[in-house]
Design a protein around this ligand. Sequence first.
Ligand SMILES: N[C@@H](CCC(=O)N[C@@H](CS)C(=O)NCC(=O)O)C(=O)O
Length: 210
Amino acid sequence: MKLYGYWRSSTSYRLRCALELKGLAYENCPVNLLESAQKDEAFTSRNPFATVPMLETDSGDRVQSMAIIEWLDEAYPDAPLLPKDLERRYVARELAYAIATELHAPLNLPVLKYLKHELRQEQDVINTWYRHWLAKTLHPVEKRLDQLGAGDFLFDAPSFFEVVLMPQIYNARRFDFDFSACPRMERIEAACSALPAFQRAHPDSQPDAH
Ligand SMILES: N[C@@H](CCC(=O)N[C@@H](CS)C(=O)NCC(=O)O)C(=O)O
């Protein structure tokens, strides 16, 4: 498989975490978002969304990271990311989709660029915007982790939830988000960071990192 992604893209990062945890081999094909390479005709003819990640597979090009991860888990059932137990599977999806659906859209690069260039907002204001939306979703996720008594991971091992959480934490730290109200999340972050799969998926480990 070939993964078309960008080192700092959180959606590419979440897909790398999934591939690494499942032990699936892939070739890394960087798409430079800063040079708008995702808008080139060669790319959009394969992915009309003009976004990364895109996964080239034997059955075709796959886009939309959450759909790709769910498909990977079905197509390659070894090392499942979604728990077998129905209740746990529900909870993993609840928390993963809270982050994927509520945070990615308002905090994506084109939104931040629009705030800066079209609406002429100062970087401080943009950072406040960013942290506001993070808190609105990460604080309730933390409360759910607390209710569930999460330890090093949501359940026994890193799964669907952690592959979505880790890239969001990485982004949040870039914007100096205050994690003092999120001790359970920080514990999961520390446990995942110690694992080779997450280390290989980390933005700094990518060939296009700079
Ligand atoms: N819902 C999509 C979002 C993908 C997305 O927006 N990716 C960002 C990088 S994290 C991107 O390609 N941005 C470039 C752009 O929007 O022009 C997914 O989960 O794959």
